[in-house]
Ligand binder design. Structure first.
Ligand code: TYD
Length: 212
């Protein structure tokens, strides 16, 4: 079995979590070993960096560096070994989130992010000048106003969740730009519908690509 790397993206409140769990169950039912993980995080070091990045105030470059430092550790310790074993890796957020949140939301230099992406995602298993990239990115696309309604009162918001709607409008635009730059990698799912309908599209999109 060839390893498979799937990532899941969207603004806070877009509702990715239940679908990631359901997809993990579907792959397991099909006989695949699944590694379910998240960013920032997924290793002891990366989880420490997550706590810092999601709670402490810092400038956008520091934030981007922490995200990519966490990512490098996570790639080398968890994602690459799982792919080498032929597993399905389902990762809640990856580099598109950095382009969306630090690039779009914070307005940080996209060329610098692209440089960091190149450094961090150069791995032994992918011949240079290739990079480790997801085989598929499921993007839960939701209007920021709807996401804000969903998040309101749901829990104590972290540093990003407490950003104003204008921040999330920029994050959403940046996700759209990432998809435009590499459309074949993305499965866009309209997330403003009942959960079952969203799930149907997620499952159908993954099946259509022959992954399930
Ligand atoms: P999220 O994935 O939504 O997890 P939870 O459901 O537990 O809140 O939270 C991660 C937050 O980190 C989210 O607000 C987006 C942000 N983030 C970045 O700003 N840059 C990144 O590169 C990544 C991976 C996440």
């Amino acid at each position: 079995m060839k390893g498979l790397f799937l990532t899941f993206e969207g603004i806070d409140g877009a509702g990715k979590s239940t679908h990631i769990e359901a997809l993990a169950a579907a792959f397991r039912a099909a006989g695949r070993a699944v590694t379910l993980t998240r960013e920032p995080g997924g290793t002891p070091l990366a989880e420490k960096l997550r706590t810092l990045a999601l709670n402490d105030a810092m400038d956008a470059l520091t934030e981007a560096l922490l995200m990519f430092a966490a990512r490098r550790d996570h790639l080398l310790q968890v994602i690459e070994p799982a792919l080498a074993r032929g597993e399905v890796v389902l990762c809640d957020r990856f580099t598109d989130a950095t382009f969306a949140y630090q690039g779009g939301g914070r307005g940080f230099d996209l060329a610098v992010l692209a440089q960091l992406e190149r450094w961090v995602q150069t791995v032994p298993a992918v011949p240079v000048p290739g990079l480790r990239q997801p085989d598929l990115t499921v993007w839960f696309d939701l209007a920021p106003a709807v996401a804000a309604q969903r998040l309101a009162g749901a829990r104590v918001p972290d540093k990003f969740e407490s950003q104003p709607q204008a921040f999330f409008a920029q994050v959403a635009d940046a996700y759209a730009a990432r998809m435009k730059a590499d459309p074949r990698r993305f499965l866009r799912v309209a997330a403003d519908r009942p959960r079952e309908q969203v799930w149907r599209d997620v499952e159908a999109g993954v099946r259509a690509r022959g992954f399930l």
